[in-house]
Design a protein around this ligand. Sequence first.
Ligand code: NJP
Length: 235
Amino acid sequence: MKGQTGPALQGRVIAVTGASKGIGLSIAQLLTAHGAQVIGGARDVGGGKVPGAEFCSLDVTDEASVDAFAARCRAAGADALVNNAGVGTFKPVEEITPEDYRRVMDTNVLGTLLTTRALIGHFRNRGGGQVVNVTSDVSARTFATGALYTASKYAQRAVTQALAHEGHAYGLRVTEVRPGMVDTFFGDTRQGEDYKAAWLRPGDVAGAVLYALSAPAHVRIDEILLHPVVQDVAY
Ligand code: NJP
């Protein structure tokens, strides 16, 4: 077939936030393995060594930090952004503090807005691009102790869908990836603990991101919802 030469993401330049560990690191590894040049950002990028990836200091809650990261991405000719950085705190409503609120909402919602805002004009000028937001299976349903986290993920889903509407006219393709339970460092836990043995692996989510980013140019993957088989069926 015409055009089917080389790795799926050859020539692509893809920005990935939260790339220092967990799902984001796996995304950086998988995308580079498929030929992309990855620019990964996180607050602590000391351990980031992935051939084909460049790691930059990035705090998605800090406008100046985001602008510096975006300037590097624009200079490199980025054509896609993966908003993956995220944090979670799980408490009953009566225990949620303003500090909890700011940490979770600033990272998950403001962070997505700031990084997207900083690159969207660049994508428009290029005549299109892709934004993949790693939200959550709970971006459209909630549970006890989930008020703050799911509020942030509902909001991130709303931002994702609004962006898809706004970018439609100039060829922006926007995807929401909604993973269930994944074995990472999420929520101040450790990766590889026994109780997570049957959960999704970071590479499973990275595979969903790769699928969206390597879709043919005429295809837009709006949403991917994936769970480990052990998790209850829910939408
Ligand atoms: O978590 P973790 P995951 N600025 O803790 C970075 C969603 N999700 O990989 O800054 C920039 O292993 C942090 O780096 P550092 C979840 O909501 C997960 O599981 O150095 N980066 C690290 O690289 C999130 O959106 C599960 O601390 C910041 C990364 O984010 C995404 O998956 C379930 C940052 C977090 O790595 C990745 O989370 C689900 C900042 N201010 C959704 N703050 C799950 N694991 O079960 C944090 O439904 N980072």
